[in-house]
Design a binder for this molecule. Structure first.
Ligand code: PEP
Ligand code: MG
Length: 597
């Protein structure tokens, strides 16, 4: 029987085949029920008992914490809940489910609670209903403890799995870093969410927008991050075909990887600067630095997000210095702290905002909380003697902000000079173009900045009024919208007319289809997640500058995003096929989307 093909949003490229592991604990993933293998029952009972012990310890801890605050009476609820877990008849009943029906512990608890709930539902007395909650909660804590144990086992175990979670959050991707995930499948989160950016930087396939409630833990799935699909329980033929595609893809990527070490250059010999987007020192130390000309975007907020308190000037200095040393003379663009929106700092309480993405974020916070900004500027400037450094301001809205930031930078330099602390005197200061008004006002701004970087992720979000993290409107998030292209083209013109370097550091820079018109707009610098470097360089090598200019002209003439996309995808396929033909030998395979089965 053929497998079920679920369509979602392609988030991170690649193909992975594996068994599905629901991370959120079950219900959202259709429940973690499974039938035990014969002989597995006693292991499962032991697992259940260990989880009960964990839950009991947690209840004792909660009661102790309340008692320490003088709330002994309130703490009694936890004593009562502990007694529920201690009740031998409930335990025996659940263990009977495990042994008799060969249910895993989570499913046995759910079956028991369901039965108990039905009995109490027949009793109309509200007190009994309340009792049900008191009865359920501690057992749900045991389920949580079981899942926690599973999570730990997953991290400790040798098997790599396809993780299924409700949302594509940065914390999920960070968890993936532990190395046990083959791929990510999530119900929510879009291609341009920060979780997606992280999945790409970790180089694992990811698909969002899959909310099929029938997805079961343990099911075999084929995750196709190029197309945004998940094939559930494939037939043996489908599995073999997917495995072939995966192997072809890996082989072609391997061949492309060798070429990635060559510089970025167009077919007519124009040099194109290729940078890496990184989230921290670990990223810099792990990727193949010989494939890029520098780091085009260091998202420094991740240095802050990974900690429990604000990193000190010394800590930041240490990290930036090591990053520059690792780059061995290649430049790093340090973007100053870009928190707010979907990147909160757990230890920094900001006021509740109705529209956080339109609120207190990025440079706005830095300019208001000056101490934060000054500490970071000092750390970057001090590090700048260890390698070429640039400072990039995020979420710039107007020229006054740039002037204020420049004045503060001058003050920090003056202070360092007075104290005899060394720093590179000419650290360029650039702006990110993420706000549409900034793109339109660039002719005014550009005279007062040293370089410009197009942050297309936020620019698209703000230009189209479409939340980049919201799967419900993901289909409206369209980088090829004619309005967006006009904004990008205008910004490129303004920077080039003023002779200022301009680059793209949003996700469009890593998409070969988008790189073609951007190249045609005159942009010669792209910074992307390192996983895209090989593909982008391949497409660049296959296209002449005047050909790209014609593609830009035609893209700007087309009236709808669908037409622009269809036109550019066709062009990119031509270039791709031309350039990779010698690498692929006979037949079309691997990265070619047309080879999809
Ligand atoms: C952008 O907005 O395009 C960008 C690169 O910044 P981030 O994705 O970190 O918001
Ligand atoms: Mg941004």
């Amino acid at each position: 029987m053929a497998g079920r093909l679920l369509k979602g949003i392609p988030v991170s490229p690649g193909i992975a085949i594996g068994s599905l592991f629901p991370l959120d604990g079950g219900d959202s993933a259709g429940g973690p029920a499974r039938v035990l293998a014969s002989g597995e029952e006693e292991v499962e009972v032991a697992r259940l008992r260990a989880a009960v012990e964990l839950a009991e310890a947690e209840l004792d801890r909660l009661r102790g914490a309340l008692a320490a605050r003088g709330a002994d009476r309130e703490g009694q609820i936890f004593r009562a809940q502990r007694a529920v877990l201690h009740d031998p008849s409930a335990r025996e009943e659940i263990e009977r489910e495990v042994r008799g029906r060969r249910l895993n512990a989570e499913a046995a608890i759910h079956a028991f609670l369901e039965r108990y709930g039905r009995v109490l539902a027949e009793v109309s007395d509200p007190l009994s209903r309340e009792r049900l909650a008191d009865f359920r909660d501690p057992w749900l804590m045991v389920v949580a403890a079981l899942r926690r144990g599973e999570r730990e086992r997953l991290l400790e175990g040798g098997d790599r799995v396809v993780l299924f979670a409700e949302d594509l959050t940065p914390s999920l991707a960070a968890f993936v870093e532990e190395g046990r995930a083959l791929a990510l499948v999530t119900a929510r989160g879009g291609r341009f969410s920060h979780g997606a950016v992280l999945a790409r930087s970790l180089g694992i396939p990811a698909v969002a927008g899959i909310s099929d409630r029938r997805l079961r833990g343990g099911a075999t799935v084929v995750v196709n991050g190029d197309e945004g699909s998940v094939l559930v329980e494939p037939s043996p033929e489908e599995l073999a075909a997917s495995e072939r595609r995966r192997a072809d893809r890996v082989a072609l990527r391997e061949r492309l990887r060798g070429l990635a070490r060559e510089g970025g250059v167009t077919a007519d010999g124009e040099r194109v600067e290729i940078g890496a987007n990184v989230e921290g020192l670990r990223d810099i130390e792990e990727f193949d630095r010989s494939t890029v000309d520098g780091v085009g975007l260091f998202r420094t907020e991740f240095v802050y997000m990974e900690r429990r308190e604000f990193p000190s000037e010394e800590e930041q200095f240490g990290i930036y210095r090591r990053a520059l040393a690792a780059m061995e003379g290649k430049p790093i663009v340090f973007r100053t702290l870009d928190i707010g929106g979907d990147k909160p700092l757990p230890y920094f309480t900001t006021p509740a905002e109705r529209n956080p993405v339109l609120g207190w974020r990025g440079l706005r916070i830095s300019l208001q909380w000056r101490d934060l900004f000054l500490v970071q500027l000092r750390a970057i400037l001090r590090a700048s003697v260890h390698g070429p450094s640039r400072i990039l301001l995020p979420m710039v809205t107007n020229l006054e902000e740039v002037r204020l930031a420049r004045r503060l930078l001058a003050e920090v330099k003056g202070d360092l000079a007075r104290r005899g602390v060394p720093f590179a005197p000419e650290v360029p200061l650039g702006v990110m173009v993420e706000v549409p008004a900034t793109a339109l006002a660039l002719p005014h701004l550009v005279a007062e900045v040293d370089f410009v970087s197009l942050g297309t992720n936020d620019l698209v979000q703000y230009a189209l009024a479409v939340d980049r993290d919201n799967a419900w409107v993901a289909s409206l998030y369209e980088p090829f919208d004619p309005g967006v292209l006009a904004l990008l083209d205008g910004a490129a013109k303004a920077a080039l007319a003023a002779g200022r370097p301009i680059s793209v550091c949003g996700e469009m820079a890593g998409d070969p289809v988008a790189v073609l018109p951007l190249l045609g707009m005159g942009i010669r610098s792209f910074s992307m997640s390192p996983v895209f470097v090989a593909e982008v360089k391949t497409v660049l090598r296959g296209v002449r500058s005047e050909e790209a200019e014609r593609m830009r002209d035609e893209a700007l003439r087309l009236p709808t995003a669908a037409e622009v996309r269809a036109f550019l995808v066709a062009k990119e396929r031509e270039v791709w096929a031309r350039e990779t033909a010698p690498l692929r030998g006979a037949g079309r395979a691997g990265l070619d989307p047309e080879a999809a089965t």
